[in-house]
Design a binder for this molecule. Structure first.
Ligand SMILES: Cc1cc2nc3c(=O)[nH]c(=O)nc-3n(C[C@H](O)[C@H](O)[C@H](O)COP(=O)(O)OP(=O)(O)OC[C@H]3O[C@@H](n4cnc5c(N)ncnc54)[C@H](O)[C@@H]3O)c2cc1C
Length: 394
């Protein structure tokens, strides 16, 4: 049998490669980048994602660099604590897997090391998937290495090639990604530089008027990941462009934002800027032996911290579906798409809802703060049980 070809060795593509190889498939993994480098930022790995990573044997490898938060602390921009959602051992018991925070580079290194160590996975860098043609027994995948096209026979092609997916276009989807009129500014600072309570193992979520702020420790507590999100009329050109500190501070003015939040925002000498996009929440359907996963299939706003988690879940379900009918890849891919449709649309919608709630103007923002305070952390966490308690179904 020909290998399964995967376009893109990001979090989704690497997890899919491991999930498929674990089930006995050979995998040809291509990434257009000459080197795999994750942006210098943190990522939250919720229990639904961790359940998959644990099953792939990554728990021990990740443990050295993660931080396990005790709680999510929701605060009003003026500093009052609104709610404390309990995580830590209680959440691990509740959901059967931990809630962890990690530097993206550490997650990628763990996935990449495991992929490189697996004899069933062949990774080629500097190789952009650019075309494909159906064949009676699979698919011919065209890969550009520099100027040179190469043809690779595969049993199926999985587009894990991110928001601006080329495979999505090859599969016939005509829609384009939409700028959400918000930008995320990201930075990492040394934990020694911040106030002691910001070094504690917790996720801090500050809600303002039209803007919000998230920060948490990564790198086993040595660094603090900061994400500041506010309205922006135009997207910056490209991802991960540098932004001066003033650009962030002017959006988090002292009129609304408490001193500790502004002190934290004043620390980074360098910010990276991330215009935020998603696509309409239509379930994705591939074509023949081609399908999509992760951001290529269903990019979503990051206000639920679930984009990578959905890519990781996709990878597990896709591998399970292909293993069920290895001789009929198109049928397996349609079953996978069907199995993922309702959940990914629901998570997409919940992220959009959080966008509205987190960025309310005054006075609705004040009403939101009162409502969150009244609801309390346990009830707010229970609200997300359907996300974190996910178990694989086919
Ligand atoms: C501010 C912010 C915070 C976030 N926080 C979280 C969080 O806490 N938790 C969470 O779960 N998610 C979070 N997300 C979402 C998460 O980052 C993404 O959903 C996730 O990285 C998507 O992974 P992916 O593998 O699908 O795509 P990508 O990471 O975009 O990887 C795509 C890969 O494909 C390669 N590629 C592109 N085109 C081709 C081609 N033609 N051929 C071959 N290779 C190609 C690229 O080089 C890249 O390596 C956040 C996002 C943002 C913007």
């Amino acid at each position: 049998m020909s290998p399964i070809a995967i376009a893109g060795a990001g979090i989704g593509g690497l997890t899919a490669a491991l999930a498929l190889a674990t089930r006995g498939f050979r995998v040809a993994l291509f990434d257009k980048a000459a080197r795999l480098e994750e942006t210098g930022a943190g990522i939250q790995l919720s229990p639904n994602a961790m359940r998959v990573l644990n099953a792939l044997g990554l728990r021990e490898r990740l443990m050295a660099s993660v931080v396990a938060p005790d709680a999510v602390l929701i605060k009003a921009a003026h500093g009052a604590e609104l709610a404390r959602l309990p995580l830590g051992p209680a959440a691990e018991q509740r959901y059967g897997a931990p809630y962890w925070m990690i530097h993206r580079g550490d997650l990628q290194a763990a996935l990449l090391d495991a992929a490189l160590a697996h004899p069933g996975i062949a990774l080629t860098l500097g190789a952009a998937v650019d075309g494909c043609a159906e064949k009676p027994d699979g698919i011919a995948v065209q890969v550009l290495r520099g100027e040179h096209p190469e043809a690779h026979d595969a049993a199926a092609l999985i587009g894990a090639d991110g928001l601006w997916s080329r495979v999505r276009a090859l599969a016939g989807a005509g829609d384009t990604a939409r700028f959400a009129r918000r930008t995320a500014w990201r930075a990492l600072v040394s934990a020694d530089a911040v106030a002691p309570d910001f070094r504690a193992p917790a996720i801090h979520l500050w809600l303002g008027r039209g803007s919000h702020l998230v920060h948490y420790p990564v790198k086993a507590g040595a660094m603090i990941n900061i994400v500041a999100i506010a309205a922006d009329a135009q997207p910056s050109h490209g991802w991960s462009t540098a932004a001066p500190p003033d650009e962030v501070l002017t959006r988090f003015s002292s009129e609304s934002w408490a001193r500790p939040a502004r002190d934290l925002l004043a620390l980074p000498e360098r910010w990276l800027k991330w215009p935020l996009y998603d696509r309409p929440s239509r379930p994705h359907r591939g074509r023949g032996a081609v399908t999509l996963l992760g951001d290529a299939a269903h990019p979503m706003l990051p206000f639920l911290a679930q984009g990578a988690a959905m890519a990781i879940e996709d990878a597990a379900v896709l591998a399970g579906s292909l293993a069920a009918t290895p001789d009929d890849a198109p049928a397996a891919l349609r079953r996978y798409e069907q199995a993922r449709a309702a959940r990914t649309v629901r998570v997409w919608r919940a992220a959009r809802l959080n966008d509205a709630v987190y960025h309310l103007p005054w006075p609705a923002a004040a009403a939101r703060d009162l409502a969150m305070g009244a609801m309390g952390g346990d009830r707010l966490l229970a609200h997300y049980d359907w996300i974190y308690d996910w178990k694989m179904e086919l």
